[in-house]
Design a protein around this ligand. Structure first.
Ligand code: GLN
Length: 544
């Protein structure tokens, strides 16, 4: 039977609970313990697919096509697993399921209540993931912080689990923040004491407390938390802010968290092997020459909207022994200012995914700048639409070509809906989602990057390349380097006579891993790093 680790958050959100969860997974996996992970999101949406990136950050897509919380991306990258729809549970899903059962008559005669009906449905989701994944340890992160009204049924469900599956099979970990007071120059434990009290009030006593802080945590503070919160002294784990998130598993391991979890859950484990992580962190921290990349998007004020894109760029930069110098360029700014002011120093330009017309013309300008100045360009989903629109405008000598998403009456809808998408009215979960096959065309840059002929990549879009315009664009230099196996859908395209201008209809960023960058990102950075921009000089050899 699976063992469960439940992770709650205290004091404030955004202290890196998701990274901590992912790191616990990493240190267990390094001991050859199989792990799976689930995120519980207390909001009433069924999934984050219909939310604005400003509300939610990136929507992460699993291979099986679920639109999920961005923490799943961190779990996948850290633990190197491909998760499924079962790994993200929202209040919206739980209530939909309970109400559907009520309508079917499953509870005939009964009054449907939060306890037991909602909590039972939640627990069924824990067990479903345990059964499907067959993991030895299932780690479950409760979103939000203790005390939120919406989170109560989830906390009640995790409380019940200790009794349901036995005390030795459940571990409660609380991640909290120790705020620093500048006036007295000290870290404060009182908010942690309050949030642990709140947890205890509903019957959950944490076994381990992980203390996030921007400053080193003294032994005295650890003693105090241990005393007031009734947790073993060695189960108070300090986690100060670090330069790179990829260092967190190493820090937690150093503090003895891995052995503690193994002991408390009575797990059989091998000696931990974190050598790959040590090597990665050594590489990241080493003196590295930067590679300057401009990310052109319209949600750049909220960088979480592009979480996986930024991580995939970092992975590729580390691979080439570079550090990523990422410039966030607002596409609406590009519409006002000249491209040269904002893109002058970029060695590569990336246009990631997005929805709606705002900022599109700025992105088209960025694609045009990349094409005319021979700057490497990587277009992701919307970034491909933009590249197609830009080349079409050049090919027909008019500004009319567009995507039907932005101009429904354009005479040149180079990007359009497929007939089957036109009939769909509901917005939630109705895009082309998840893994689809893509056949690569021999001799293309894309085929060279992948080194294989058939690949599967994750999608999240409604609009597609319009085949009516294949010939016109081909004459202007477009190469269709990846197609659906039936040849009907353009999945990858690239420009002839350009150092590297490649776009894909899918989202390769979701498949990149710290030690295994995605081939398209890897080759994009590989070409970009050698591009010389204004003021730059070629690097000199270190020895004569
Ligand atoms: N808005 C475009 C579409 O729906 C692109 C989506 C995306 O970039 N993920 O097709």
């Amino acid at each position: 039977m699976a063992k469960y680790i439940f992770i709650t958050g205290g004091v404030v959100s955004s202290v890196g609970k998701g990274i901590t969860v992912a790191s616990i997974g990493t240190i267990l996996k390094s001991r050859q313990i199989t792990v799976s992970v689930q995120k519980l999101d207390p909001y009433l949406n069924v999934d984050p697919g219909t939310m604005s990136p400003y509300q939610h950050g990136e929507v992460f897509v699993t291979q099986d096509g679920a639109e999920t919380d961005l923490d799943l991306g961190n779990y996948e990258r850290f633990i190197d697993v491909n998760l499924t729809a079962e790994s993200n549970v929202t209040t919206g899903q739980i209530y939909s399921a309970v109400i559907a059962k009520e309508r079917r008559g499953d509870f005939l005669g009964g009054t449907i209540q939060v306890v037991p009906h909602v909590t039972t449905e939640i627990k069924e989701q824990f067990k479903k993931l345990a059964e499907k994944s067959k993991a030895r340890v299932v780690i479950i992160e409760v979103g939000g912080t203790v005390g939120d009204i919406e989170g109560q049924p989830f906390l009640e469900a995790i409380r019940q689990m200790r009794n349901d599956v036995g005390r030795d099979n459940v571990l409660y970990v609380h991640v909290t923040l120790l705020p620093y007071l500048t006036s007295t120059q000290e870290l404060k434990t009182k908010p942690t004491q309050h949030s642990v009290n709140e947890l205890r009030r509903i019957g959950v006593q944490p076994d381990i407390i992980i203390c996030r802080s921007d400053y080193p945590i003294s032994e005295g503070i650890r003693d105090k938390i241990s005393l007031f919160c009734d947790v073993d002294r060695k189960a108070v784990i300090p986690l100060p802010t670090v330069d790179t998130i990829y260092e967190v598993p190493l820090l937690l391991e150093e503090e003895g968290l891995g052995q503690l979890v193994v002991n408390k859950l009575g797990l059989k484990a091998r000696k931990p092997d974190l050598s790959q992580w040590q090597e990665l962190v050594r590489r990241i921290k080493g003196p590295l020459e930067p590679v300057n990349i401009a990310l052109v998007g319209k949600y750049v004020e909220l960088q979480d909207a592009y979480f996986s894109v930024r991580e995939a760029l970092c992975h590729a930069a580390f691979y080439h022994n570079r550090c990523l110098d990422l410039h966030w360029v607002h596409s609406e700014e590009l519409e006002k200012d000249g491209t040269d002011t904002l893109l002058r120093s970029a060695q590569g330009i990336i246009v990631p995914g997005g929805f709606g017309v705002r900022g599109i013309e700025g992105m088209v300008k960025a694609a045009s700048y990349a094409r005319n100045n021979e700057i490497p360009y990587l277009g992701l989903c919307l970034g491909m639409h933009v590249m197609v629109i830009e080349l079409a405008r050049y090919a027909v000598g008019s500004t009319e070509p567009n995507s039907a998403e932005f101009d429904a009456s354009t005479p040149y809808p180079v990007i359009d809906l497929l007939p089957e998408q036109k009939a769909i009215e509901n917005k939630g979960g109705t895009m082309r989602l998840g893994n689809y096959p893509c056949q690569l065309v021999d001799g293309s840059r894309a085929a060279k990057a992948y080194g294989q002929s058939l690949v599967y990549e994750r999608h999240r879009h409604r609009f597609e390349f319009n085949n009516e315009f294949r010939d016109i664009l081909q004459k202007a230099g477009m190469i269709y380097s990846g197609l659906s196996p039936d040849g009907r859908l353009v999945e990858l395209c690239e420009l002839a006579n350009h150092p590297w201008m490649v776009s894909c209809q899918f989202h390769p960023e979701f498949g990149s891993r710290p030690g295994r960058p995605h081939p398209l990102f890897r080759d994009f950075i590989g070409v970009a790093k050698d591009i010389l921009r204004e003021g730059a000089q070629p690097s000199l050899p270190l020895s004569p």
